[in-house]
Ligand binder design. Sequence first.
Ligand SMILES: [Zn+2]
Length: 148
Amino acid sequence: MTHRQWIAQCIELALDNAARGQAPFAALVVRDGTVIGQGVNDVKATEDLAGHAEVRALQDAARHSGSRRLAGCVLYTSCEPCPMCLGAIYWSGLDEVYYGLSVAEQAEFDDLPERQYAEFRRPARERRVQMAQATPDGMDPRRPFLAD
Ligand SMILES: [Zn+2]
């Protein structure tokens, strides 16, 4: 199958998901021409904010392959991944991603991923969510890594 044919399959799965009242996203993880993971957005059904199609497809692929390491795999997704899914893609170690609708094109329907990418390009001190290190006195936060 070509990249475009895999994306067509993702778009069909996204349409099916939308018909079930869920958000219109779907993704496939493919290794050597075979689907080893499939996912659709189930955020509405589960109230799990991590229930994006790409995360679900990566989880499914990890279950079926017996490893969370997905080097050599390709992710196909109906829409360009959001920053959360991009992080999961990097954690998985897979090599290539192809998408149907870009984040910029998706903004016509939902501009949150586009706004998140813009937010993450800002210096940390200028972001909406403030983040700072808070190390307890007398406690080394490296301890969990040094245990054993
Ligand atoms: Zn996502």
